[in-house]
Design a protein around this ligand. Structure first.
Ligand SMILES: [Zn+2]
Length: 1029
């Protein structure tokens, strides 16, 4: 029967069509058809900005033994395929790649591509430098990298991307939805990965597509239509892959050849469409036609889609069309539906019962630290670039912006690339850093110079990027011959700020003088042997030769720095020690009865048990907090270690799959205490590979913990994940709070999800969340907060306790694609050791309701540490410096406590990009969660402001224009009496005062006049002439 029908078809066809017509024209022009199920075919490629290969290797198509992928081929062939049929459409995302391709093209090709973009055949979507990760990046980095890509698109094509396309990141953040979605003017955002339990429920409820309100403070004013795909970002089940080597049956419609299959393939298509329609609202479904690095021979995909559109529409059961996510979103919007509401975020992400993607929150902790350090540096360096004026021919901060943009990719800062690719990210960052250092040095030299203009550098400034491992050639100089060390300290925050500066030095015979020439209090602490060993190994690995000197002491003094400005300190030699010299006190447990040890000379005191040598109490006399507090380390054992290959899933770069928690360190420990006038230190050698220094500063009400973890031993054949735990008796009732990309805090409840009834199958890994700013918990009396210096994973696994994962070293791949174990090493010659990670976290307790001020203010200080630049000066000559203290703002002005300056950057056209952010959420703090304002005239006091234009967050369109285009979605069950969202009002062009409501970020392009003469500048500042003696 079957055979007979085929023969009939063949005969009919042979007579009617095929013989006469050699060239088949496919009707690919279908648009949306009302009343039918519309299948939107979205042709796309997903091009990771580095993963198994580096970004350049992916672009040029080298190193194909790892992965056959060449983005150049994708773009070359797609342009040809689009020209072949004007109905074909394609979307492109990653501008780091597109920009590489663009500069390779002839003017003629560029003109063609511009036409493809303006006709809508080629649509730039998402449009950042990369598709950033959503767990590990800080929101300032997300804004910067998106701005970088959007700027390129605007300049080349004069278009603004309309759609968010975060299809691959491993979980989705609230900040992505409201800030990098709604606030950049996107109509919708789409993504592939949500928790498997969540996805199952949403499919059943037809809740895959929602209105996502990511911000409590900005509510409906920053909501966005958000669609999770039914499976992933690939074509639907049913064999619809058409890369040259793919094994899906192509649509064979040539009757003269064997294996004609049009009917069969049309049936496959209709079946897949109806199946998707069953879980999707409205008559529109989207098919993501493509996946990683596809369309290297684009014609192969388009040829088959042409045929599908032609034959499926002839069949008539459903309507197939070439589409884009913009067309799809407009179609959804045109329906009069209302949509379910989604709040908070989509973390953590589990792809199956044993695969919680929460390990990558900590993977490559050193790279994460490096990215964060340079993120804060990039912010400061751009400010200094504005103050001096941007170099027309370089050096500039652009390369650092490019490298940081690439580093935000969802396999970069996430820690999920192969090792050689991680090295490539670090190399790019390092090159960008070096160039930005020149900009910083030039700018500082220019500002301190007595000569007008900035042509000659009066002083040669150096920075110390390895200060964290107590290596700084500038400060280790011998000053006994009369040379002086000048330290210029720059503060990129808009507030005056005092902080303790710590520098490694070689001699105790030194003193510190401020910009008035007055000696300031200083303190010397010995540099311990553990620090020296780490320093020597890592400085050698970094610089290629071992350090020539060895510092003996940490010199510490308190620097007070004006907002957006600098101050200068001078260190010179003295006859005898001028600093408070601290000797070690070694406390050794001697069993019960030993007196407790009290640390801290200010309001904050930490009490260590004399018998155990461990932290036991946290006391703040000012805020009347007196709490039991313990701190400990533990390791998680990889399940693979216990079960061997019978374990189906190991912990790896992505996945956290622990099997139990094992305490590290003995019951009783030796501690070393160093007590000074500026701060006290407690040294604890937890074991042979964990060293910890806890500092309590006289004038700060938090404890600073500096940890050095590693090399994590693996000679037992077992990978380990190292956590630290802060334990109190607080009754936190399963609840804790973690930040979203360093911005909003989100309530987390252990073993619970707001959107579905959670089957708890991973009690530790399933409760981990990404931490970028901090984590806290509270009870009816107090709050316990921890702030971090980089992105880490964290949780509260038992009430009253906070936990951070600090480092991981693993011996198996987790089967999620990276195909390497996360086993980082550092080599000096052939001596390779497991990577040690050094970092800091900060602990504070506050009375209930009073913790936010510290979390926000100090959190910003951690992000933007004081920038130190050093130069030497001959002791006999008068100083070359005219300006020893400077503020880029009006000298009487300071930003309000609830505002931070996110961006101050000179663009190529001389305009200034300015971004201001309110730091508090609604209800977060009784005093500071209020409307606030910034006076631009005082903020930019050194420039004449000619014009101020408010822009979208990524600065590619006017804010007003963006708001006019905003789609107004209906939310299911929403009440008409929802509270109106507070926003700052328009900026009066004369008064130039910017209002900011809680959590609001406002972006401006400021047209400025020339720098007001620096002589004028110096007259309104506390100018000191050669007065440092
Ligand atoms: Zn990807």
């Amino acid at each position: 029967m079957e055979d007979f029908r085929v023969i009939v078809v063949l005969t009919l066809c042979a007579v009617a069509v095929c013989v006469e017509s050699k060239y088949m024209i496919y009707d690919t022009g279908a648009g949306v058809v009302e009343g039918k199920l519309n299948v939107h075919l979205v042709a796309h490629t997903h091009d990771d900005v580095g993963w198994l290969k580096t970004v350049d290797q992916y672009y040029v198509g080298s190193n194909n033994s790892i992965q056959g992928a060449c983005v150049q081929n994708v773009l070359d062939s797609t342009v040809q395929a689009l020209l072949a049929d004007k109905n074909r459409k394609f979307i492109y995302v990653e501008q780091a790649f597109f920009q590489r391709w663009w500069r390779d093209q002839s003017e003629a090709t560029q003109a063609i591509v511009k036409r493809l973009v303006s006709s809508g055949q080629l649509e730039m979507i998402n449009g950042g430098w990369c598709m950033h990760d959503e767990a590990a990046p800080h929101y300032i980095d997300m804004i910067d990298q998106t701005t970088y890509g959007h700027k390129f698109i605007k300049e080349q094509f004069n278009v603004t991307p309309k759609i968010g396309w975060q299809i691959d990141p491993f979980g989705h953040s609230a900040v992505q939805a409201y800030l990098l979605g709604a606030e950049v003017g996107f109509d919708s955002v789409f993504f592939g990965r949500i928790d498997y339990q969540d996805r199952a429920k949403r499919k059943g409820d037809k809740h895959l597509e929602v209105i996502w309100r990511g911000s409590k403070s900005l509510g409906s004013s920053a909501q966005i239509f958000a669609g999770a795909f039914p499976e992933n970002y690939e074509p639907p089940p049913g064999n619809f892959y058409f890369e040259v080597n793919d094994d899906s049956p192509i649509v064979q419609d040539d009757i003269n050849l064997f294996d004609y299959n049009v009917e069969e393939r049309v049936n496959d298509f209709v079946a897949a469409a109806l199946s998707q329609a069953n879980i999707t609202r409205t008559n529109h479904v989207m098919w993501t036609m493509g996946t990683d690095f596809k369309y290297q021979y684009a014609e192969s995909w388009f040829r088959n889609m042409d045929k599908f559109i032609h034959y499926v529409n002839k069949d008539g059961r459903v309507n197939a069309l070439y589409s884009t996510p913009s067309i799809y979103t407009d179609a959804k919007y045109a329906e009069t539906n209302s949509w379910p509401l989604k709040e908070n975020d989509y973390f953590p992400y589990a792809s199956d019962i044993n695969a919680y993607w929460t390990g990558y929150f900590t993977s490559r902790a050193a790279l994460k630290g490096y990215v964060r350090m340079l993120s804060g540096y990039y912010l400061a360096a751009r400010q200094l670039e504005v103050m001096k004026g941007r170099n027309k021919t370089g050096p500039t901060t652009d390369y650092l912006g490019d490298a940081l943009g690439i580093a935000q990719h969802h396999d970069a800062v996430s820690g999920t690339s192969q090792q050689h690719v991680a090295n490539d990210y670090a190399k790019r960052l390092s090159i960008g850093h070096k160039e930005a250092e020149v900009v910083v040095a030039e700018s500082i030299a220019c500002m301190v110079s007595p000569k007008p203009g900035c042509s000659s550098s009066a002083a040669n400034f150096h920075e110390c990027s390895l200060l964290n491992i107590s290596y700084c050639p500038s400060t280790e100089a011998d000053l006994s011959s009369g040379k002086k060390l000048v330290v210029v300290i720059y503060n990129s925050l808009g507030w005056k700020r005092s902080d303790v500066i710590r520098l490694p030095v070689v001699s105790e015979n030194i003193a510190v003088f401020d910009s008035n020439g007055k000696q300031v209090e200083s303190q010397l602490l010995p540099v311990v042997q553990e620090s020296i060993s780490l320093r020597n190994y890592y400085a050698t690995a970094y610089a290629g030769k071992s350090p020539s000197s060895t510092p003996k002491y940490w010199l510490a003094f308190t620097a007070s720095v004006p907002p957006l400005g600098f101050t200068t300190y001078v260190i010179s030699s003295t006859e005898k020690p001028a600093s408070n010299f601290v000797k070690e006190a070694f406390y050794k447990h001697t069993g019960t009865g030993k007196d407790d040890i009290e640390i801290g000379t200010g309001n904050l005191k930490l009490i260590y048990s004399g018998s155990e040598g461990k932290l036991s109490q946290y006391i703040n006399s000012q805020s009347s907090i007196e709490a039991s507090m313990k701190q400990s380390y533990a390791f998680m054992l990889d399940l693979m270690a216990l079960r061997g290959s019978s374990c189906l899933r190991a912990s790896g770069a992505y996945i956290f799959r622990p099997n139990g928690t094992y305490p590290i360190g003995s019951q009783e420990q030796n501690i070393t205490v160093l007590k000074g006038t500026i701060y006290d230190e407690v040294h604890q050698k937890i074991n042979s590979w964990i060293y910890q220094i806890t500092r309590v500063y006289k004038n700060k009400e938090h404890a600073e913990v500096e940890f050095t973890v590693g090399p994590i031993p693996i000679d037992d054949g077992v990978g380990k994940e190292i956590v630290t735990q802060i334990t109190t008796t607080m009754k936190s009732n399963k609840t804790f709070y973690s930040d979203s990309n360093g911005r909003d805090f989100i309530e987390r409840i252990r073993d619970y999800r707001a959107d579905w009834d959670l089957d708890v199958n991973q009690p530790i890994a399933g409760n981990y969340y990404p931490i970028n700013l901090g984590i806290y918990l509270k009870d009816e009396k107090s709050e316990l907060s921890i702030l971090v210096d980089r992105s880490v994973g964290g949780s509260s696994i038992v009430d009253g306790q906070l936990e951070l994962m600090l480092h991981r070293r693993l011996l198996y791949d987790d089967g999620k694609g990276v195909a390497e174990a996360l086993n980082e090493t550092v080599c000096v010659g052939s001596d390779c050791r497991g990577l040690a990670v050094q970092g800091k976290y900060y602990i504070r307790m506050d009375p209930l309701g009073e913790g936010a001020k510290w979390r926000r203010t100090y959190g910003q200080e951690i992000y933007s540490p004081l920038l130190l630049a050093f130069t030497e000066q001959d002791g006999n000559k008068a100083t070359n410096f005219q300006m020893l203290k400077f503020s880029g703002m009006d000298s009487t002005y300071s930003l309000p406590d609830n505002v931070v300056l996110l961006t101050l950057q000179e663009l190529e056209d001389g305009n200034v990009l300015l971004r201001l952010a309110h730091l508090y959420e609604i209800g977060e703090d009784k005093d500071l969660s209020v409307m606030t304002s910034v006076e631009l005239k005082k903020l930019l006091a050194k420039r004449k402001i000619i014009k101020v234009s408010e822009m979208s967050l990524s600065a590619n369109q006017g804010r007003e224009e963006m708001e006019k285009k905003r789609l107004v979605w209906k939310v299911e069950g929403s009440k008409s009496d929802e509270p109106t969202v507070q926003r700052g009002g328009p900026v009066d062009p004369k008064k130039l005062v910017v209002e900011l409501a809680p959590m609001e970020i406002r972006t401006f392009i400021v047209t400025v006049g020339k720098t007001i003469s620096r002589r004028l500048v110096s007259s309104d500042l506390s100018l000191q002439l050669s007065g440092s003696n």
